[in-house]
Design a protein around this ligand. Structure first.
Ligand code: SF4
Length: 376
């Protein structure tokens, strides 16, 4: 039997463990604080605990249930992709992106994914299983430890934030297909007594599961919402994202409009650009009209959606007939949107060289030995 993983336990479960061990109740809060405030890498570092308790924690628990296989480094040390093996042998990936003013972790919420988006490596795997809250939280804690390790090593990354500042649930999986566990992870990361990450520092990306958008609209924590759109009409969108058959644009846009109106928050639309598929200027115009409230699909109320479009030149996958839009086409697409009054940016690309960019996570690392640092 596996030993319990501390990141898999809520505070009340740690309290129950301490009771079972005959420890005073306040020990649980000390441990919780060590895990999420001090971001201790190991029970040995929990210096306010008695030595005997530290030793017992080391002997009878684990920090998390993710076994780190490899870390692959790209973008001159600023992007780091970790592959983890779960207790049942499946693998997931997590990406840490370091910027001058922030450090962002891209977290997986499922092993594999059932959504089958045609441009995505994860979608090729199918759904292997949902991740637990502890497995999601542990990815963020890995990134925290990695940041600290990089700083201690005095590596090429000379200036960096000292802690994780942003979490994006945009890794492997569809978060809203694992809503309850995903939300438990959000609450754990947000807990002011613990990791204390602001709700506005977290972003969830969905392929467009309407029930999830409606649930998020009703939540008290103002998590940012990103929606994978990728096409301005149902016919094309259904070929790229099979989920569109179940939740077509009219339903998706209605839920999105309700979200923006009830929360007052802007939504981000992700738009992966595929050469010759969805990157024509007339498609940009159709998209602009849709978002400005002049298009079809029930969005023609004349009221612009409170939104922003994030254009993402597609990151190539092996054995795919799809193509990456040329830069001139990306710029032309953006120009049409801007001219029509739609806020629009082109995503700064990270992690392409190590298959850590959007849509490339698949739990399989290419093996350039010069870029691998074994950590197991
Ligand atoms: S893009 Fe997201 S929702 Fe679609 S298959 Fe990939 S991981 Fe799943």
């Amino acid at each position: 039997m596996q030993t319990p993983a501390l990141y898999n336990l809520t505070l009340s479960e740690i309290e129950a463990l301490m009771r079972a061990w005959g420890q005073p109740a306040f020990r649980a809060k000390q441990i919780y604080r060590q895990l999420y405030v001090n971001v201790a890498a190991d029970p040995a570092a929990m210096s306010d605990l008695p030595a005997a308790l530290r030793a017992r924690l080391r002997a009878e628990t684990r920090m998390g249930s993710l076994a780190l296989d490899q870390v692959q480094v790209g973008d001159e040390g600023l992007t780091r992709k970790a592959r983890f093996r779960l207790d049942d042998g499946t693998t997931i990936e997590t990406v840490l992106m370091i910027y001058l003013d922030r450090a962002t972790v891209c977290v997986s919420t499922q092993a594999g994914c059932a959504m089958g988006c045609v441009f995505c490596a994860t979608g090729r795997l199918g759904l292997l299983r949902n991740l637990t809250p502890g497995e999601m939280v542990a990815q963020v804690l890995w990134a925290s430890h990695e940041l600290r390790r990089v700083a201690d090593e005095g590596s090429a990354v000379s200036v960096q934030p000292s802690r994780v500042t942003n979490v994006v649930f945009m890794g492997m999986g569809e978060p809203f297909a694992n809503y309850d566990r995903w939300w438990a992870a959000v609450e754990r990361l947000h807990d002011p007594q613990g990791f204390n990450l602001g709700a506005r520092s977290m972003t969830v990306s969905t392929v467009g599961l309407v029930p999830g958008i409606r649930r998020l609209t009703a939540e008290a924590l103002p998590i940012n919402l990103a929606i994978s759109l990728h096409a301005p009409d149902d016919a094309l969108r259904s070929t790229l994202l099979p989920v569109n058959v179940r939740y077509p644009l009219a339903d998706l846009l209605a839920a999105t409009r309700d979200y923006t109106q009830q929360t007052g928050r802007r939504v981000s639309f992700e738009y992966v650009l595929l050469q010759g598929q969805n990157d024509h200027p007339h498609q940009a115009l159709a998209l602009a009209k849709l978002l400005r409230g002049h298009g079809a699909y029930g969005a023609d109320r004349g009221v612009p959606l409170l939104c922003h479009v994030n254009l993402i030149p597609w990151n190539p996958l092996p054995d795919s007939s799809l193509g990456r839009s040329e830069h001139e086409r990306v710029l032309a697409f953006q120009r049409v949107l801007l001219d029509y009054g739609v806020a629009c940016t082109i995503r700064v690309e990270r992690g392409m060289g190590i298959a850590a960019a959007c849509g490339q996570l698949a739990g399989v690392l290419p093996p350039p030995p010069s870029q691998l640092s074994s950590t197991s």
